[in-house]
Design a protein around this ligand. Structure first.
Ligand code: NDP
Length: 250
């Protein structure tokens, strides 16, 4: 790694939603080692506090804000917490998400609504809260978590895929509207180790997901991709990354 690349992450203020586990937590660790200043958000405050202590032991700056991304006011408060604490916001990682897969005929409507609320509205609220700050700064970077399921649809993934196709559309619209100083990255992972499969409540689908996740790759694969997108020079916008286990066909 060149010193110049290192400098591009050093001091950046990065908000991560869904930082209490999985990809969000691992991304926080990687960015902390590179000198970023972190704002950790999720609902489970005690997990965030524990992670913040770990990051501080690495010598990094980290602050915590308990946030439910389905609540627009809480997402606004999260961004305000970032700017109150650090005076700016460089990267908004809209990562919080759920994947309660099931066939449509099962009619698990509450789970569908939860996916739309967290995976879609959560990202919209993140954009809504952070965009004015980035516009004022004339710089900023959104990193939105879609999925391989945001590019292809499997039996059982209809609503989850709809939510992740929506993330792709939101990111692409944002990219076209946000002007020359704001970067937008859509990151679409395949099977990656995290707590995500635990959100599948439908037994038969859960079995299929567990089979697929036997090939899952470590969460640091995604963290490294996020670092890569952030460490580019300001005039380079990595718009899309799809990454899968080499063994994953779909
Ligand atoms: P995890 O289940 O490990 O993490 C999900 C995170 O989202 C947790 O930190 C959870 O925190 C947070 N979250 C859930 N609901 C809310 C809410 N209402 N408000 C705030 N935070 C919330 O899964 P991953 O790390 O794998 O998932 C991260 C993202 O990556 C998701 O968007 C997922 O769809 C996407 N993804 C993951 C893949 C994988 O294979 N792992 C593949 C493709 C995409 P808490 O419960 O404390 O609120």
């Amino acid at each position: 790694m060149s010193n110049e690349q290192n400098d591009r992450i050093q001091g950046k203020v990065v908000v991560i939603t869904g930082a209490s586990s999985g990809l969000g937590a691992e991304t926080a660790r990687h960015l902390a080692r590179r000198g970023a200043r972190l704002v950790l958000a999720a609902r489970r405050q005690e997990r965030l506090d524990e992670l913040a202590r770990e990051l501080k032991d690495l010598g990094a700056e980290a602050t915590v804000k308990a946030t439910d991304v389905t609540d627009r006011g809480q997402v606004e408060a999260l961004v305000k917490h970032a700017t109150d604490t650090y005076g700016r916001l460089d990267v908004m990682v809209n990562n919080a998400g759920l994947m309660p897969l099931s066939p449509l005929a099962e009619g698990r409507v509450d789970e569908w609504e939860q996916m739309i609320d967290v995976n879609v509205k959560g990202v919209m609220y993140g954009i809504h809260a952070a965009l004015p700050v980035m516009n004022q700064q004339q710089s900023g970077h959104f990193i939105n978590l879609s999925s391989v399921a945001g590019h292809v649809v499997f039996p059982g993934s209809a609503v989850y895929s709809a939510s992740k196709f929506a993330v792709w559309a939101l990111s692409e619209g944002l990219r076209k509207e946000a002007g020359p100083n704001i970067r937008t990255t859509t990151l679409s992972p395949g099977a990656v180790q995290s707590e995500l499969p635990q959100s599948v409540g439908h037994d038969e689908t859960a079995k299929q997901v567990n089979d697929l996740y036997e090939m899952a790759i470590p969460a640091d694969s995604v963290a490294r991709a996020i670092v890569y997108a952030i460490e580019q020079p300001a005039d380079v916008d990595i718009n899309e990354i799809i990454l899968r286990p080499t063994a994953q066909e779909m």
